[in-house]
Write a protein that binds this ligand. Structure first.
Ligand SMILES: *Cc1c(COP(=O)(O)O)cnc(C)c1O
Length: 415
C-alpha cells in the first residue's frame, strides 16, 4: 500500500478554513437552496449530500481513502464489520440461493449464515477453505457467492485466494473476502482476484479500540452486468462497475440503517494514516511471541501462519508479503490451564477485541463461540484449551515477560 495515499488519500474536501483533516460533519441532514435542487439530489441529477443515513462528507472521505488504498472502484463505510458483511449478503442473496463459506469464520459471520440467513431460505455449505478442492466440490448451480477470511479468526488457516478467485470466476459468482486481519498494507485483494473486500475497521484500521466500524470495497473485477443478480443488472447499465455499491446505497445499505457515525469515520481515517507502520510492528512482535511460545515447555501447541513450520507459511509469503499477521493461538492442554493463564497475565487485557495497540487475550470456546455446538467449534478450530492473542505494540520484552510469568503460574498451579 502507498503510505502517501494512506495519509492524503480521499481528503478532497477543502473545508472553509483549510483544515488538515476532513472535519467531522456531525449533522443528520443537508440543505439545498431550492426545492428543485433537493429534487435533483434525490433523483441523482445533482451530486450532493442529503441525509447522513445515506452518505456524509466525513464518511465519504474515509470511503475515498479506502478505495484508493485498495485500488478499487468504490467503497461504503458502515457502522460495524457485521453491518458490512450483512449488507453484502442481503444485497446479493435471495431464498433458494447458496453460499460456499469457510468453516473457520469469525463467530458473528457464522451466526449470520447459520441462524439468520438460514431463516430466509439461504443455505450455506461450509468447507475447509484452505482445501481448494473442497471449495470446488461445494459449488453448485445455486451458489451465488464464495465467502472466506484471509486468515481464519481464530482458526489461523489461510486459503489460496488466487485459486478461489478462479473457482468463483468459473462459477460466474463473486469471491467475497473478509480482510479484517490483513488490512490494506498486508494484502492486495485486487491482485489476487478478490471481487469484494469486507472488513471490520474496528480492528487494525482503527488500531486503538476506540470505535466500531466496517467497510465494503468493490475491486471492480466482477462484471455485474453479466452475473445472476437480476436486481443489479439495471444498475450496471447506468453506472457500470459501481453497480453493486449503487444498488446498496440506494436500497440495502439505506434500508439496514447502519450508517457509520461521522465521528467514528473520522477515527477510522486517522487510524489509516499509521496503519502500515503499526501493522509491520504487530506482525514482527507476533512472530517473536509465536517463536517464544513454541519453544516453551508449558505450551502444547502454537498456530501462527508466519512460523516456518506452519502448513500455511508458503501462502503467507505469496499473499501477505511474508507477514503472518498480529493474531496467534496457542494451547495449554486444558480449559483450566487456559483460565489460569488468562487470570495470571497483568499487561495483556482479557477482551474480545483484536487489532488494538494493547495486547489482548481471550478464551474463545467460552466466549465468542459459547453458544455453538461442539462440532461447530471443532470445525472452526476452537478447542477447549485454545487462547487467542492479539499481539499489541508495547515493548516486546514486556509482552514476553508477562507471558513468561503467566506460564510459570500455570506450571505451579497445575503441577
Ligand atoms: C471483528 C470481526 C468482524 C466483525 O466486525 P465488527 O466490527 O465487530 O462488527 C468480522 N470479521 C472478522 C474477521 C472480525 O475479526
Amino acid at each position: 500500500m502507498n503510505l502517501t495515499d494512506a495519509i492524503h488519500g480521499g481528503s478532497n474536501d477543502p473545508g472553509h478554513w483549510g483544515p488538515s483533516v476532513v472535519p467531522i460533519y456531525q449533522t443528520a441532514s443537508f440543505s439545498q437552496a431550492t426545492a428543485q435542487e433537493l429534487a435533483d439530489v434525490f433523483a441523482g441529477r445533482k451530486s450532493a449530500y442529503a441525509y447522513s443515513r445515506s452518505s456524509n462528507p466525513t464518511t465519504g472521505a474515509l470511503e475515498r481513502r479506502l478505495t484508493q488504498l485498495e485500488q478499487g472502484v468504490g467503497s461504503i463505510a458502515m457502522a460495524s464489520g457485521m453491518a458490512a458483511i450483512s449488507a453484502v449478503m442481503l444485497g446479493l442473496l435471495k431464498a433458494g440461493d447458496e453460499v460456499v463459506a469457510s468453516q473457520g469464520l469469525f463467530g458473528g459471520s457464522l451466526t449470520l449464515l447459520t441462524k439468520t440467513l438460514s431463516r430466509f431460505g439461504v443455505c450455506t455449505r461450509f468447507v475447509d477453505a484452505s482445501d481448494t478442492d473442497a471449495v470446488t466440490q461445494a459449488v453448485t448451480d445455486r451458489t451465488r457467492l464464495i465467502f472466506v477470511e484471509t486468515i481464519g479468526n481464530p482458526k489461523m488457516d489461510v486459503p489460496d485466494i488466487k485459486a478461489l478467485a478462479r473457482i468463483a470466476r468459473d462459477a460466474g459468482v463473486p469471491l467475497v473476502v473478509d480482510s479484517t486481519v490483513t488490512p490494506p498494507c498486508m494484502f492486495k485483494g485486487i491482485d489476487l482476484g478478490a471481487d469484494l473486500l469486507v472488513y471490520s475497521t474496528t480492528k487494525f484500521i482503527n488500531g486503538h479500540g476506540t470505535a466500531i466500524g466496517g467497510a465494503i470495497v468493490d475491486t471492480g473485477r466482477y462484471d455485474w452486468s453479466a452475473g445472476p443478480f437480476e436486481h443489479i443488472v439495471p444498475w450496471a447499465e447506468k453506472v457500470g462497475p459501481l453497480a453493486f455499491l449503487a444498488y446498496l446505497r440506494n436500497a440495502t445499505y439505506r434500508d439496514l440503517g447502519s450508517a457509520a457515525a461521522p465521528f467514528n469515520s473520522f477515527l477510522m481515517s486517522q487510524g489509516l494514516e499509521t496503519l502500515c507502520m503499526r501493522m509491520a510492528r504487530h506482525c514482527e512482535q507476533a512472530l517473536r511471541l509465536a517463536k517464544f511460545l513454541e519453544a516453551h515447555e508449558t505450551v502444547s501447541w502454537v498456530h501462527y501462519p508466519g512460523l516456518s513450520q506452519s502448513p500455511f507459511h508458503e501462502r503467507v509469503q505469496q499473499q501477505f508479503g511474508g507477514h503472518g499477521g498480529a493474531l496467534l493461538t496457542f494451547g495449554l492442554g486444558s480449559k483450566a490451564r487456559a483460565y489460569t493463564f488468562i487470570d495470571a497475565v497483568t499487561l495483556a487485557l482479557n477482551q474480545t477485541n483484536i487489532g488494538d495497540a494493547k495486547t489482548l487475550v481471550i478464551h474463545p470456546a467460552s466466549t465468542i463461540y459459547h453458544d455453538f455446538t461442539g462440532v461447530q467449534q471443532q470445525d472452526a478450530g476452537v478447542t477447549e484449551d485454545l487462547i487467542r492473542v492479539s499481539v499489541g505494540l508495547e515493548e516486546y520484552q514486556d509482552i514476553e515477560g508477562d507471558f513468561r510469568q503467566a506460564l510459570q503460574r500455570v506450571k505451579e498451579v497445575h503441577a
